[in-house]
Ligand binder design. Structure first.
Ligand code: NAP
Length: 476
């Protein structure tokens, strides 16, 4: 296993933070402290921003193909070190080793993809007349602040960095204080791959202080944020002062609809993949299962059987599928949702006994209810609770699926071609899984609408988030 990083990466230097406080990185499977990292001071953030600004002047002149080579090297190193780094990721976040490795390789996929995109950056010339020529060029936005969550501590940063470096930007990143190790290991890889010093800082520290420094700085031209809608809204307010560009990947409340014609075995497989990855702690996790009443019995039986077979334990134990939740607050939240559902008469199916476990564990749970006022239908669950609502008609279920302020991921299973087209068109979400419980790919734009945010990561759209357009008109 790789050694735990114990220092910040400040303007290209591995250094202790200048504050008096430490971030304790805890293994959520047993609550033991893995390592302590001295948090950064306000001055460290300022230094990172000004060093990045200086570095930008040379980095933006590096040729696209040279940048592509560095991105390819980053991907190569991630793949080479994936086994070692996966253990660290699993220990800080709780997810299984297999999922941790898959996350690292998913992150590498973004560097692969954007290495290709970097080489294709191009502008255009519009010949309006023989006397007039218009030119449109793409320029990197400059210094970018990045704020990332704990649920994908490597991949959420990887997909931002890959597109930003491809465009020619420099970055000051703030990972979640609970899971900074994978982000610091990614910084190590960037350093080893030849990313210039100060083109990247990874700072562990107080989120309000770092957030404010990044938001108020006129040098930082853009913030890319992945996290809750609550913090996203705060950043929108803070961005007004400097009219800062924002990309916001926020929360979700994904519907998963199973129509009468669905292949039930495949729907169960997709439901498991979309709901129970990272113990239910992903923004694209299905949050509300809508099952046609005619197939409710069959689906419930097969899904509850599949859930009962999910092994719960420390992510490092072999064949574990459900690791611990990230912290006690997450366990408390899931308990509260469960109590609320019980109070409102939901059927509860739980088959795991976890009383011996020391960490932040919560048993995979299936609820069935006809009451849409249950909190678990309204809120992002972020845990291993599934809740089923039986429906009768396509019209009814589409109305229910869309009746949420969120618009990130959605899923449905059907074998009726005409219905597939209708439902796809009617769902008000940024992403739709059709007969699939998995939707992300570095090749396509990931992101949401409504209160799930704006901006996209991945695909040819992702690099545009880090580019300014410059138009010029020349009289010949
Ligand atoms: P969160 O509380 O919003 O935290 C996310 C990041 O924001 C962390 O690094 C956190 O730092 C930081 N932060 C907190 N308060 C801040 C402030 N005042 N100023 C600046 N930064 C601040 O989100 P979470 O609950 O940990 O993460 C889960 C959420 O992320 C869910 O809602 C999930 O849906 C969403 N998410 C969305 C996507 C997507 O692509 N749409 C992907 C993954 C997760 P500290 O924790 O260190 O304070």
């Amino acid at each position: 296993m790789a050694e735990y990083p114990s220092k910040n990466f400040i303007a290209g230097q591995w250094r202790e933070g200048g504050s008096e406080d430490f971030a304790e990185i805890i293994n959520p499977a047993n609550k033991e402290v893995l390592v302590k990292i001295k948090k950064v001071s306000q001055q460290d953030v300022k230094n990172s921003i000004s060093a990045a600004e200086e570095c930008f002047q040379s980095w933006k002149k590096v040729s696209n193909s040279e940048r592509a080579e560095i991105l390819n090297k980053i991907s190569e190193l991630i793949k080479e070190r994936a086994d070692d780094y996966a253990e660290v990721l699993s220990l800080e976040n709780g997810k299984s080793l297999a999922e941790a490795k898959a996350e690292l390789l998913y992150g590498a996929g973004y560097f692969d993809f954007y290495a290709g995109q970097a080489k294709q950056i191009s502008g255009r010339v519009i010949e309006e007349s023989t006397e007039k020529k218009l030119q449109v060029l793409k320029e990197p936005v400059g210094v970018v602040g990045m704020i990332t969550p704990w649920n994908f501590p490597q991949a959420m940063l990887a997909r931002k960095l890959a597109a930003a470096f491809a465009a020619g930007c420099v970055c000051v990143a703030k990972p979640d204080h609970q899971t900074p190790l994978s982000a610091l290991l990614l910084a190590k890889i960037c350093e080893d791959a030849g990313v210039p010093k100060a083109a990247l800082s990874v700072l562990v520290g107080d989120s309000e202080m770092i957030g404010k420094e990044l938001m108020e700085s006129s040098v930082v031209k853009k913030i890319s944020f992945t996290g809750s809608t609550r913090v996203g809204k705060l950043l929108i307010e803070q961005s007004a002062k400097t009219v800062k560009r924002l990309s916001l990947e926020l929360g979700g409340n994904a519907p998963f609809i199973i129509f009468e014609s669905a292949d039930i075995d495949k729907a169960v497989e997709g439901a498991l993949a979309s709901k129970y990855r990272n113990s239910g702690q992903t923004c694209v996790c299905s949050n509300r299962f809508f099952v046609h009443e005619k197939i409710l019995g069959q689906f419930k039986e097969k899904f509850s059987q599949a859930i009962s077979e999910l092994k719960v334990g420390s992510g490092l134990e072999s064949s574990v599928k459900i690791g611990p939740l990230i912290n006690q607050a997450a366990v408390d939240k899931n308990n509260k949702l469960l109590e609320d559902a019980k109070k409102k008469g939901a059927e509860v199916i739980q088959s795991h006994e976890l009383s011996q476990k020391e960490g932040f564990f919560f048993p995979p749970t299936l609820l069935v209810s006809n009451d849409l006022e249950i909190d678990a239908f309204q809120e992002e669950i972020f845990g291993p609770i599934s809740i089923i609502y039986p429906f009768q008609s396509e019209e009814e279920v589409l109305k229910l699926a869309n009746s949420t302020p969120y618009g990130l991921a959605s899923y449905f299973y059907s074998q009726d071609r005409a219905q597939i087209q209708r439902v796809h068109d009617a769902l008000e979400f940024g992403m739709v899984g059709i007969n699939s419980g998995r939707i992300s790919s570095p090749l396509a734009p990931f992101g949401g609408i409504k209160e799930s945010g704006y901006g996209r990561e991945g695909g040819e759209e992702g690099i545009k988030e880090y580019q300014n357009l410059k138009m010029s008109l020349e009289l010949l």
